[in-house]
Design a binder for this molecule. Sequence first.
Ligand SMILES: Nc1ncnc2c1ncn2[C@@H]1O[C@H](COP(=O)(O)OP(=O)(O)OP(=O)(O)O)[C@@H](O)[C@H]1O
Length: 652
Amino acid sequence: MSHKTPTSARSCNANTTMTSNSTPSRNSFRPPSRISLVPKSSSPIQPPRSRPGSAMSISRPCTPSLKQQEPYTGTISVSIRPNPNTNDNKNWIIDEFDNSITNAEDGARFVFDNVFPMDFQLSNFQVYNKSCLSIVNKFLNEGYSGTIFAYGMTGSGKTFSMKGSDADPGFVELAINDIFSKINDSSTTKKYSIEVSYLEIYNEKIIDLLSTASANQDLKIRDDSDFGTKVIGLTSAAITSKQQLLQLIKRGDTNRKTSATDFNARSSRSHSILQIKLKVIDLFSETELKSTLSLCDLAGLERAATSLERRKEGSYINKSLLALSNVINKLSSSALEHIPYRDSKLTRLLQPALSGSSLVLILCTIHMGGNQQSAQQCVAETYKTLRFAARAKDIVINVERNTGRRLDGDSARMIQELNSIIEQQRQEIAKLQNSGASMLAPSADLESARVVQLEAENRVLYEKLDHFTRLTDLQKTETVIVKNDILNDIITSGADNLQVLMANIEDFYKRMTFESNEHKAYISHLETQLKMESINSATTATIPTNDSSELYDVLKDQEEEIVMLKEQLKDKDQIIKSLSKTTRLRRLVDNNAASSSNASSTTSTLDTDFKRSNTTTLSLLHLDKENYAPDLKEFKLSPKRQHSSYDLLQGL
Ligand SMILES: Nc1ncnc2c1ncn2[C@@H]1O[C@H](COP(=O)(O)OP(=O)(O)OP(=O)(O)O)[C@@H](O)[C@H]1O
């Protein structure tokens, strides 16, 4: 059976097809495939045909696309990847060095940008690097939109290449890795933002794979001035991290329709399109660049399935793939005829990409063989795919590049403001980092110093209070003892001990006066301290902390103590007052002593005088006791005083 096709006559010359305005990178936009039949000596060489959106003025009206763009003229990039799962690979000969695949039977030879070997060791990463990376780089760095899609028979390896596995990630994940390694490069002055949408076309219905709404949506497509076409109501998720995007895609994949078919245990029953919209703002040049990367995993061309439902799905899949094939045919044809983009949702959505708004890579996956029964069918299917690939390779596209729109006044102003805020914050952070410890320490030190100071003051005040309490107690005790002693002396002693009695009273008087002065000095010191503390607390703290509230308590106690001390002072004053009266007694005693020495000649006189003296002393004492009485009543006013020493004197 011969598979000669008319496309062989339309092969292009490699040297004439690359008319790019920018230098194409290695492996990208290679010369279009040369489909030749070995028996034919050569194919006529034709110039590349202009397609929609091309630089030729007579081209068809192109899909509305990004403004201010530079054209990039080239062809669609096509790569062939065979599925190595086969037990018969005698039908096709692959030459990976000249990127050709030749039919072993009839010698038909196809040349593409990449023809990969049938090799289990060939990883997705290797295929991606050779076929997709240049488009992803142009998308990331030069503002080009890119479309990568996998096309081929069911079970030929489209999903294997696009999605991959954990061990061998596919093009989607590899592209995302590249995108995020670019975005996360902190040395750049560019600000990136990403939005993602993910849809499937199932039985000619557009379903939003990221939507949480109930199933069976059928979203509508509209023309769009920015992106050519737009799906109305499609979720567009803002992405901030690679993990978030991968999670989102994973969630979308679980919504995607896959089923076991006669030919693939997990066959994609729909076409899926993942769109990554990138916006790059250059903070330096204040320009904005928008581009879109579309990654499509198409459902495979179907053979008739046994299941009714699979047959129905298959017919929709085949119908849309046929529409795609027609569009590719017409785009590759020299005739300027109508391109039936609207024949299917798939072609309508791919319209902007195929008509020049996007660089395009098609990965065609093929079966190399089959079992005895299906070998012929398999070869026919591979022929079909290769013819599709060859036609696609013939399409010359004039891709428009977004050169970066200058931001409008408001946006530029906002960016300037944001830049200056960032600069300010950078400086603040640097300042904080440089003097971090020394900046923070002073206030902390100040606070802790204040606490230490308050604690020390507290301690001092407590000690003073304690000391004072002890002192007061001691004084009270001493006073009582001394007074008791005095009283005892007075009561029990006779005239012989009068000198000792008076000496004791004088001693006591002196000590009282000294202590009283000491108390007065201490009270005035405490009052000054109190004033200082109240001034300090008014200026340092409005809300008392635990420490300061303790301090207030101490101060309050001290105030009370001062009141008490003042009362005690009154006591002491009274003591002093009463003791001063004893000086009169002393004078009398002294006078008595003098007169008794003068009249020592007669015992009777002496006895009489002594008796008189004693009587006088006792009467004076009696008088003094009376003198105390009105003063002593005052001390009962002190509520805190439990046993005033003067209570004892009341008994005098
Ligand atoms: N290059 C490859 N190396 C190893 N195994 C592969 C390769 N390509 C495909 N396969 C295997 O072949 C089977 C079918 O592959 P896959 O599901 O990717 O096909 P498909 O083209 O997506 O099919 P469908 O159109 O039905 O969804 C899978 O088990 C996959 O692991």
